[in-house]
Design a protein around this ligand. Sequence first.
Ligand code: CTP
Length: 131
Amino acid sequence: MKRGITFGTFDVFHYGHLRLLERARALCDWMAVGVSSDELSVSKKGRAPCYPFEERARIIGALRCVDEVFREESLERKADYIRKYGADILVMGDDWAGKFDWVVPLTGCEVLYLPRTPAISTTAIIEKIRG
Ligand code: CTP
């Protein structure tokens, strides 16, 4: 059984998030998703998420393509999470291309960056609603 893992803030859940999770799950038989804590999201994106961690994690956990959800506290702990969940493959969108290659020699986990779905992001949705 191939075990997968991916990470993200997944704030204001949208079609690009769904496609990333579905494509990642198609590459494995079981998948854990690390949902970034509110603090980590602020440090990555420079703003607080619209939905708090508990709500973002509940939405991700309700998806058919997700088998387990956990709180991601720090980008530097990727290798710990990979070991904890026994992941064989780490999948990220290609906005992160190359950023997590360092886990390969540490864990033996494969890393794959999938093309982002064009023209949609949480930031773009917030901007659009703001008008
Ligand atoms: N993602 C994607 N396609 C998009 C948007 C996001 O494949 N159009 C992927 C990202 O590459 C990442 C995961 O979804 O692997 C979570 O991304 P996240 O940063 O939570 O979403 P964004 O919409 O990029 O958020 P923001 O605009 O706040 O940066």
